[in-house]
Design a protein around this ligand. Structure first.
Ligand code: TXA
Ligand code: MG
Length: 339
C-alpha cells in the first residue's frame, strides 16, 4: 500500500481534512500526540480497528486506548463516569492521563479485547485533537510502532516502522513528553496506576490522596499489555543503578569492547569521561530523560551497537515511567553501591 505522508506543523485545516477522510473510510492514520505517535482508526468501526492489530503485529489480547477531542464523545463510550474521574478529567485533560471506564455497547469488542472496561484519554496535542474533531469519531490508537519496539517520538520512527502498511502518516514534529500516558484504574479501593507515564504519581496523589502502582508480573500483568517484552531496541540493554553506577558503566562498556562488541552508553546528566562507541546524555531532569529515552534507544540501533549500557534514573516524576520502560527493555540488571 502507498502511504501518504502529510506534513503539518502547526495544524492546517485542509490537510487535516484529508487525514480525517482516511479515518472515516476505515483506514489507518498515524498521528502525533504529546506523548508518542499513535496509530489511529475509527474506534467505533471494528473492521478498521482490526487493521491496527495487523499493521503493528500486535497480540490480540492487548486492548487499545480510545482518544477523544471533547467530553461529549466520552458519553457515547462509557456507561458511568465515576466522581473521581470527573475530578481528574477537570485537572489533567487534555493531557497524558488515560482513565479506565465501564464500556458501553458502542465500543467494538476488539478495541477492549473482550474486557468490559475501556481506556480513554483526551490528548493535548493540537493535531491529535483536531484530527479527532474533524473525523467526528473517537479514535482508537496504540503507539505507532511495530509491537515490541520502542514507541515512536518523531516521524522518522513511524516511517521506519509503518511506511507501506498504513494509509497515512501525519508529520507533526517531535513529541514533547516522550513516554506514553499514565493508565489509571479507578475501579479499586485505592486508585491504581496500571502503567506509569506522563502524569506522575505525585501529581495524581495531590488530587486523589493515596495512589498505588500495580506491581505487574508476566503471570498477573497490571494492564493486559504489560506482560509482553516491550520498548526494546535490537541491541541488548544493560540497566545500571546504584551509587557507583557510573564506575560500573565504564567497566561494563570496556568489558564488551574488549570482546569486540560495539557499545553504546546512555547516561543521566553530564557525559564526562566515559569511553564507548557512542555516548549520549538523556538529560538531567526526569522530564528530559523521558523525552529523549525512546529516541536515543532507536538512535543506538541506527548506529548499530550490539550492547546499550543505560544509567538508571530516580523514580520520581516521569522517572517512574522511564524506569518502568527500561526494566522492560533490559535483559541485564546491575546495581552497584560500591559495597
Ligand atoms: O500515550 C499513550 O497512551 C499512547 C498515545 C498514542 O496516546 N498510546 C499508547 O497505547 O501507549 P498502547 O496501546 O501502546 O498502550 C495502551 C495500554 C496498554 O498497556 C494496554 O494494556 C492498556 O493501555 N489498556 C488499554 N485498555 C485497557 C483496559 N480496558 N484495562 C486495562 N488496561 C488497558
Ligand atoms: Mg505501545
Amino acid at each position: 500500500m502507498e502511504t501518504e505522508i502529510i506534513r503539518i506543523n502547526p495544524p492546517d485545516r485542509k490537510e487535516l481534512g484529508r487525514a480525517a477522510r482516511y479515518i472515516q473510510k476505515g483506514e489507518l492514520v498515524a498521528f502525533p500526540t504529546e506523548t508518542v505517535y499513535g496509530l489511529g482508526a475509527n474506534a467505533l468501526d471494528g473492521e478498521a480497528v482490526a487493521k491496527i492489530f495487523k499493521a503493528k503485529n500486535r497480540p490480540c489480547d492487548n486492548p487499545l486506548i480510545v482518544h477523544i477531542s471533547d467530553q461529549k464523545m466520552l458519553e457515547g463510550l462509557v456507561t458511568k463516569i465515576p466522581q473521581k474521574a470527573g475530578i481528574l478529567m477537570e485537572k489533567f485533560w487534555p493531557g497524558p492521563l488515560t482513565i479506565i471506564f465501564p464500556k458501553s455497547k458502542a465500543v467494538p469488542d476488539n478495541v477492549t479485547c473482550g474486557l468490559q472496561t475501556v481506556a480513554v484519554r483526551m490528548p493535548s496535542h493540537p493535531i491529535a485533537r483536531e484530527l479527532i474533531r474533524v473525523s467526528g469519531v473517537p479514535i482508537a490508537a496504540p503507539s505507532a510502532n511495530i509491537s515490541g519496539k520502542p514507541s515512536p517520538t518523531q516521524v522518522e520512527d513511524v516511517i521506519e516502522d509503518l511506511n507501506g502498511k498504513v494509509a497515512c502518516i501525519i508529520d507533526g514534529g517531535d513529541c514533547e513528553v516522550g513516554v506514553e500516558s499514565t493508565v489509571l484504574d479507578l475501579n479499586t479501593d485505592v486508585p491504581t496506576i496500571l502503567r506509569p507515564g506522563g502524569v506522575s504519581k505525585e501529581e495524581l496523589e495531590k488530587v486523589l490522596g493515596k495512589v498505588e502502582v500495580h506491581a505487574g508480573s508476566a503471570e498477573k500483568p497490571a494492564s493486559p499489555g504489560m506482560k509482553y517484552r516491550h520498548y526494546a531496541p535490537k541491541a541488548t540493554v544493560v540497566l545500571v543503578e546504584g551509587l557507583q553506577a557510573r564506575k560500573a558503566i565504564g567497566e561494563i562498556a570496556a568489558h564488551h569492547m574488549r570482546d569486540k562488541k560495539k557499545v553504546g552508553v546512555l547516561v543521566v546528566g553530564e557525559v564526562k569521561t566515559l569511553r564507548a562507541d557512542a555516548v549520549m546524555s538523556m538529560g538531567t531532569k526526569s522530564d528530559e530523560v523521558a523525552r529523549n529515552l525512546f529516541r536515543m534507544l532507536r538512535e543506538m540501533d541506527r548506529i548499530g551497537v550490539d550492547v546499550i549500557v543505560v544509567e538508571g534514573v530516580e523514580e520520581k516524576g516521569r522517572g517512574l515511567a522511564v524506569m518502568n520502560r527500561l526494566r522492560k527493555a533490559a535483559s541485564q540488571f546491575i546495581i552497584d553501591n560500591g559495597i
